[in-house]
Design a protein around this ligand. Structure first.
Ligand SMILES: [Fe+2]
Length: 386
C-alpha cells in the first residue's frame, strides 16, 4: 500500500478533526471513522479530499502485515465452500478461535454491531486479504469456472469471518447459482443484458431481493478484480436520507399496496423452483421495518397514477442523493439491505475486456436462520427454497 493521507473534518458524524498519515504497516490506533474520496479519476491511490455527503466513510484499513497474516491463515483452508460448506465453516471457526484475525478489527466489529444501521448502514474496509491467484472466469460460464478453477478460498474465508464477527448468517438461494453461499457479481453472456449480478452494464437502484419472501438483512461485497480504467461505480442512498427528501404525500402513497415488482431475473431464469407472479406490494413499510423500502428502479411500477408519480419522485431523489464508490481489489463494503439502496453504474469503459471479467464476491446474510426456517430447502439450514 502506498503512503496516503486521510483527513477528517470537524462536524462529520462527530468524529472531530484529525489527520492521519498511513503507510505500509503503520496504522492508526484510533477506531473512529475516517473518510476519503473513492471517487477520484484513477483511484489508484487514496486522495485527500473534503468530507462531504457524497462520500462513504472508511471504517478500517488492514495494514499490510495484518492482511498478510490473515491471508496466510486463510490459505490453509482446504475444504471448498462450494462442495463441502460445513467442513469449510469448521475451518473458519478454528481460525477465529486461534487468533488469525487482528484484535483491533475484532474490536471494531464489536463496536459496529452496536450501531443503529438506520443511521449508519455501511461498513467500508480497505486492503482486505484476497486470493493471490484468481482464476480467469469465462464470460460464458463464470460460475462453473469458479467452482472448477478456484483452488484457494481466501476471499470466501474473509467473507465468512466477517459474517461471524458481525453475528450475521450467510444464506444461499436455490435459484441463485444453485444455492451457493458465495456469489459473484461477474458478467455472464447469457444474462449480460439483465438487471442482475450477472449483468454487464448498469444495474439500477434497488435493494437485493426486494420482494422475495426471504429478504437479506445484509449484502456484503468484496472486490476481487476491477480495472480502474473502467469507471464502474457502486452508488448508495440511505433510506434515512431518501425519506427526509420526499414529500409527506409521496410517502403516504408509497405505504399503499399499489406497486408491483417482478421477481428478479436470476430467480426467474433458474429452472430450480418456479415462483409464479410476484404479488403487489407497498414500497415503504410492510416489511422488516416501518422504513423498509422495497424498490427496484425501472422494475418497480406504480399501479395507479399517484403510485406512478411516487415512483418518479423516488427515482429523482435517488439520483440526487447517491454516494458513489469505486470498488477495487481488496475493498469491502457491507451494507444493511433494509436501510439503504444501491446500484451499479457504468460511467465509462476504458477496457472492455476487463469489464467482462470484473469480479466482486458477494454474500447475502440474515440476522437469524431460525426466522426463515420454514422457507429453507428440506434438510438444509441455510439454503432458501426459491
Ligand atoms: Fe444488488
Amino acid at each position: 500500500m502506498t503512503n496516503m493521507y486521510i483527513r477528517c473534518f470537524s462536524g462529520f458524524r462527530g468524529t472531530g478533526c484529525r489527520q492521519l498519515r498511513m503507510a505500509s504497516g503503520s496504522m492508526p490506533t484510533c477506531l473512529r471513522r475516517s473518510s476519503f474520496s473513492t471517487f477520484s479519476p484513477s483511484n489508484s491511490s487514496v486522495v485527500e479530499s473534503r468530507t462531504g455527503p457524497a462520500q462513504i466513510p472508511v471504517d478500517f484499513i488492514f495494514s499490510d502485515k495484518e492482511r498478510d497474516h490473515l491471508k496466510s491463515s486463510l490459505l490453509k483452508v482446504t475444504d471448498s465452500p462450494y462442495s463441502a460448506y460445513p467442513r469449510f465453516e469448521e475451518q473458519i471457526d478454528h481460525l477465529l478461535a486461534t487468533g488469525a484475525v487482528a484484535d483491533r478489527f475484532q474490536k471494531l466489529c464489536e463496536t459496529k454491531r452496536g450501531i443503529d444501521s438506520y443511521h449508519d448502514p455501511y461498513f467500508l474496509i480497505k486492503n482486505c486479504p484476497i486470493d493471490d491467484n484468481l482464476p480467469h472466469l469465462s464470460f460464458q460460464t463464470p460460475v462453473a469456472d469458479k467452482r472448477t478453477l478456484k483452488k484457494t478460498f481466501v476471499s470466501e474465508g474473509f467473507l465468512l469471518l466477517y459474517a461471524k464477527l458481525m453475528r450475521q448468517e450467510p444464506i444461499g438461494y436455490l435459484n441463485f447459482n444453485d444455492g451457493d453461499i458465495f456469489h459473484d457479481v461477474h458478467p455472464m453472456q447469457r444474462m449480460a443484458k439483465t438487471q442482475s449480478q450477472k449483468g454487464l452494464d448498469t444495474v439500477r437502484f434497488h435493494k437485493d431481493l426486494p420482494n422475495h419472501f426471504v429478504r437479506p438483512d445484509w449484502v456484503n461485497l468484496l472486490g476481487l478484480r476491477a480495472d480502474p480504467a473502467n469507471r464502474i461505480l457502486t452508488c448508495f442512498v440511505n433510506n434515512k436520507d431518501l425519506l427526509a427528501s420526499l414529500p409527506a404525500e409521496t410517502k403516504t402513497v408509497l405505504r399503499q399496496e399499489a406497486f408491483h415488482t417482478p421477481y428478479d431475473e436470476m430467480t426467474v431464469s433458474s429452472g430450480n423452483k418456479k415462483l409464479g407472479d410476484a404479488p403487489s406490494h407497498r414500497v415503504l413499510g410492510g416489511g422488516a421495518t416501518e422504513y423498509e423500502i422495497r424498490f427496484f428502479e425501472g422494475r418497480t411500477v406504480g399501479l395507479t397514477d399517484r403510485a406512478r408519480r411516487a415512483v418518479d419522485d423516488v427515482v429523482a431523489a435517488l439520483h440526487r442523493l447517491k454516494r458513489p464508490l469505486l470498488i477495487l481489489r481488496g475493498d469491502f463494503i457491507g451494507l444493511a439491505n433494509n436501510e439503504c439502496l444501491h446500484n451499479k453504474e457504468v460511467v465509462r469503459i476504458g477496457n472492455a475486456d476487463a469489464q467482462r471479467s470484473r469480479w466482486l464476491m458477494k454474500t447475502v446474510n440474515v440476522r437469524s436462520l431460525g426466522d426463515h426456517g420454514r422457507h429453507m430447502v428440506e434438510g438444509q439450514v441455510r439454503t432458501v427454497n426459491g
